[in-house]
Design a protein around this ligand. Sequence first.
Ligand code: ATP
Length: 944
Amino acid sequence: MHEPPPAAPGKDAPASSRGVVPWHALPPERVFEQLESEAGGLTDEQARERLSRHGPNVLQRQKGEGPLKLLWRQVNSPFIWVLIVSAVLAVALGKVTDGLVVAAVVVLNTLIGFVQEFRAGRAIEALSRMVPENATVVRGGSKRAVPAAELVPGDVVEVASGDKVPADMRLVTSRNLQVEEAALTGESVPAAKQPAAVEADAELGDRRSVVFGGTLVTSGMATAVVVATGGATELGRISEMLRQATDLETPLTKALATIAKVITGAILVVSVLLLGVGMARGYDLSEAVVLAITLAVAAIPEGLPAIVTIALAIGVQRMAARRAVIRKLPAVETLGSTTVICSDKTGTLTRNEMTVQALWTPVGRYTMTGVGYSPRGELRREGPSRSELLMPDDVRDLLLGGVLCNDAALDGRDGEWRMTGDPTEGALVVAAEKVGLGVEESRARFRRVDAIPFESEHQFMATLHDDGRGGRRVFLKGAPEVVLKRCHRNGRVTEAQVLEEVERLARRGMRVLAVASRELPGARGSLRPEDVEAGLELLGLEGMMDPPREEAIEAVKACHQAGIVVKMITGDHLATAEAIGTRLGLQEPGTPGVVGAKLEALSDAELEEVAERTNVFARVAPEHKLRLVRALQSRRHVVAMTGDGVNDAPALKQANIGVAMGITGTAVSKEAADIVLTDDNFASIAAAVEEGRRVYDNLIKSLAFVLPTNLGLALILLCAVAFFPIQDFGGGPVPLMAMRPTQLLWINLVATVTLALPLAFEARESDVMRRRPRSPDAPVLSRFVVMRTGLVAVLMAAGAMGLFFWEYHYEVPHVGHARALAEAQTMAVNTVISFQIFYMVMCRTLTGSLRKVGLFSNPSVFMGIGALVLLQLAFMYVPFMRDIFGTAPLSLASIGLSVLVGAVVVPAVGFEKWLRGRKDGGPVERPREERTPPPGRPRERLPA
Ligand code: ATP
């Protein structure tokens, strides 16, 4: 690929000339010039104007599956194929009405499945837009976070390890920048990038001076200027790479697909047997074939796949409304079986509103009042003379170090302070401002020359500054252990004294940062790791409080009630973690936590033991997280794990449910996660678990409703063909059928749609979070579903056949055979329908009474019942329907009788529920013995 010379583009239209300007070959100054921008960024005015010219920085997403493909997927299921073949066969044998009714079943089912899956796909697609994507941009000389969609060519953007590159950008400065460009080049090994211009004809993968939108920064940091946005980016040009994964498959749908195959096979075998029996009893061939076909159609639960998809899609939508965005559909189910949640502390369990409350210097102890990002508050010295202070030198030096070695910015223009950046650093800035140490002035006076950014692994940050006299000074801040190691001995305090002080603050639940500094000879322009290895002088400690979230405390309680253990995994100091863990109710006061370094020394078997026993882990590095997940999983736990950093990605992938933070999480972690929390709040995980359990409940409810119906209809037909008296009124010998084939199909057609579908919308049961987690190995067709299917099917068939004979024999003497048969058959259909209505209401809760879900909690139930009643009235009283289905109008008394018999299912299933409730506490799996009970809640007291 050869590019034209750099001078080619006009100044005015940077993005539209993409592909023409070889940005990678121009030096940064020329790039700024071309884009009419500068290192201080665009002004707000310019950015607004360019946004209207270039449009938002978003990529047109390609739809997941085309409608045709989706339609084909509906048709291409074993259920539907059997039905199609049946319809064709029936028509070929001259049974046109039967054939048409079967065809109607096929068409209706395909349509419903299609519409629902299409909507589900849309809903899931929409989710990707719910996870906010922000970029740090410099505008009008100051730094702020803006939605990535608002970036324009010419914007100066900062990226750091973990970020997704928001647009195509030309690097201006960089430090150890590594970018993974798999989204663009398919190459998953990160590529090193730097600002020096490269050859104009370099291939995409060799343009080291440019970073591309959609790629991931795996380490380092950089400042860059945006050269192309949205569809004009390299990624936008190869849009097929963006194919959204709207895969609607989950372990459950796969299990159901297998069940579908088995059921279909079994039904085919029984149908063939039925054909044999019919022939043996002397039926006409075409009659026997239609009976066999009807059996197949009646027994196949063809509506099931659509119901499953709908239930999952509803779950996904509700979870999104409760701030948990599902990225991978199977997570909806897995959530319901989660037994352990491992959560980060900062921001997830705590509010992430850090406030410095204590200062310590080798000279004295100080407390600071005031909360949050408020200018109010004061500094007091602890000790005998507790007076308000101006600002002693030791405090000034400490605060100055905290402010210089710091990337947070405070924006106080409109009275209220707003902070951009890491809250830990924000707290340091606020503390300095509170006592009148001007942050802007300090940063201007001691200009920053270079920096080593903070990384969780090494737990410190260092910056190099111009000391104002031509020399250089380094500031270092970080975890006290790490900083102290690098400080020289100080005559005034010993290391032990400092550590004791750290311990004292941490036990109060504070995060403690140490700040140190040292002069560097000469006027160097860069900072090397060796420069901060040793010889620093400790300036002091800043202790900051980050209180637990109220809703997290509640959510932890809810999890414990639900048999889920909550473990906190934090990078913070052990004593801080223990104090916060106790306040959150994760453990009893005084229970020791474990630090990451200790985990390293353990064998896998020992680790399992410790992982199971401990609920507070401190000073944990990302690689410890991975081992912890594995250890818990080998104890058969289903683990949900949160993470926000680049290096958390492996643990998030390994966990059964990886949970990323929507606001503070890195793009890399979001990419690896199954769920993204849009509010970073632990309570949202608990909410998602609750929804996950509800989805599964509703699937079982639908299954428990659909299967007995199908089996019951099959039984009615089987009994007739095999055992009922044979009659011959001219058309050849046929059994005295309790229902005509078309009538069976009618029930099959209307009942699934009107009655089974509403169950997918059922509200959650009141005790859904007071049960133990479902075992992931529990079969979908549990003993409960199988027993229930048998019980209800037999009852239904018996009721319908009983009333059929009763009506037939009662009416024959009065109205003759034909009319009596039509009435009796209508009676049987009516009985089944009323049976189904009652049974559906019973299915609204799996074990308990309707109080558990609330009678009116699910309006679709009443809409479904209303629709079915209307359809059934038409079935009996509309002449056209009577012709198709061979029905007869029934008297009020007969209808009353069929309703009464249908109602028998209420006490029957009620009794079954009661029995089961007494025996084992319901269809939900019993607790497994090896699980740890949550603290303060012995296993025996947990409701089963
Ligand atoms: P959690 O895992 O609970 O979310 P965290 O991820 O915030 O905690 P880290 O960010 O890894 O934990 O921080 C670990 C330690 O590093 C902190 O206890 C603190 O001592 C230190 N630290 C945190 N932020 C900074 C920073 N910006 N600069 C220097 N040191 C920091």
